[in-house]
Design a protein around this ligand. Structure first.
Ligand code: NAP
Length: 302
């Protein structure tokens, strides 16, 4: 099968199209014929060696959609030909066929084309985990979303709205209309006095880190909550009155099913910046590393 291989850490040019053996699913796994493979900063960080040593060569790709073509054993409830989407566990997605554990896979949303569904799992799963399990967002809350126009923020904005929150988003001015169309009540330019203007929010969801995370902590009201998806919260914030957390997302079948329901009921739109042929994975990484993604990129095999 056709796949993208990485044999050394380095620039996007280390992503090399090649013919490799089609993988076989083991117990609790299924093989899918990939229709879409989402691309995100986790893939570029892995390629740069920022996640530590890896076995080479590896096939990148942490999220996929496609059609079930083989079952590893009878323990899974999937059927051959079923449209699905899920997470691979960092490897194997940039390929014509991918093995996916059934615990990270579910039926794809019927109301979304099956290419775009490959760009959903990590962003939507991370958004749901952060909003529900860390920020406990409820109707009437005000939620600051920092880094709102990217591949995770896109889902955080819409799912916070679906939970009944008032959403304050940060982005550059060119993304103002994009975010208002997704449901943001207010869009603040992150180059300006966004911390002052957001001050008093009930909760903050940080997708940027560094000084932006500090700003989120300053903006949240006493007794509020803040979560970051960028490594650890770091040294004490000086905001003891704010409940702080960080997490590495766990993309479960349950969270994926919740994402599919939100898409099918029309609460979440999937914004694809570009669909890119699989062989051009290096170009996709260059776009991600430009740090100005609007929505998601998805690789299309075949
Ligand atoms: N912990 C976890 O489990 C987990 C899960 C998923 C992702 N992540 C991490 O979360 C981060 C975000 O992921 P992503 O997929 O959303 O990335 P992305 O799509 O590459 O995000 C790019 C977006 O960030 C915006 N941005 C850059 N600097 C900003 C700032 N200072 N303030 C506000 N917005 C800013 C850009 O807006 P402009 O174009 O307007 O500048 C662009 O829209 C990555 O580091 C990723 O690795 C962690």
């Amino acid at each position: 099968m056709r796949a993208i291989t990485v044999s050394e850490f380095g620039p996007p040019s280390v992503l090399v199209p090649a013919e490799v053996a089609t993988p076989s699913p083991g117990p609790g796994q299924v093989l899918i014929e990939v229709t879409g493979a989402g691309v995100g900063p986790w893939d570029t960080k892995m390629r740069q060696g920022l996640f530590g040593p890896q076995d080479f060569p590896y096939v990148p790709g942490a999220e996929v959609s496609g059609l079930v073509t083989a079952l590893g054993d009878a323990s899974t409830t999937f059927t051959i030909g079923e449209p699905v989407f899920g997470r691979t566990g960092f490897f194997g997605g940039y390929a014509e066929y991918a093995v996916v554990g059934a615990d990270g896979l579910t039926q794809a949303p019927g109301g979304l084309d099956l290419e775009a569904a490959g760009a959903v799992p990590i962003g939507a799963g991370t958004a749901i985990e952060g909003l529900d399990d860390h920020l406990h967002v409820a109707a009437g809350d005000s939620v600051l979303v920092a880094g709102a126009a990217g591949g995770v923020g896109l889902f955080v904005v819409q799912i916070a709205k679906a939970r009944g929150a008032r959403v304050v988003a940060t982005a550059s001015p060119g993304n103002d209309e994009f975010l208002r169309n997704l449901g943001a009540n207010e869009v603040l330019d992150y180059h300006g006095d966004w911390v002052e203007r957001a001050r008093g929010v009930d909760a903050a969801f940080d997708c940027v880190g560094g000084p932006t995370w500090d700003g989120c902590l300053q903006a949240v009201r006493d007794g509020g909550r803040a979560v970051t998806i960028i490594t650890s919260p770091g040294p004490p914030s000086g905001r003891d009155a704010v409940t702080v957390s960080s997490f590495s997302a766990s993309i479960t079948a349950e969270r994926l099913a919740a994402a599919a329901r939100l898409i099918d009921e029309g609460s979440v739109r999937v914004e694809i910046q570009e669909r890119i042929p699989l062989d051009e994975a290096a170009r996709a990484h260059e776009i991600v590393e430009g740090d100005h993604m609007r929505g998601k990129l998805v690789l299309i095999p075949g």
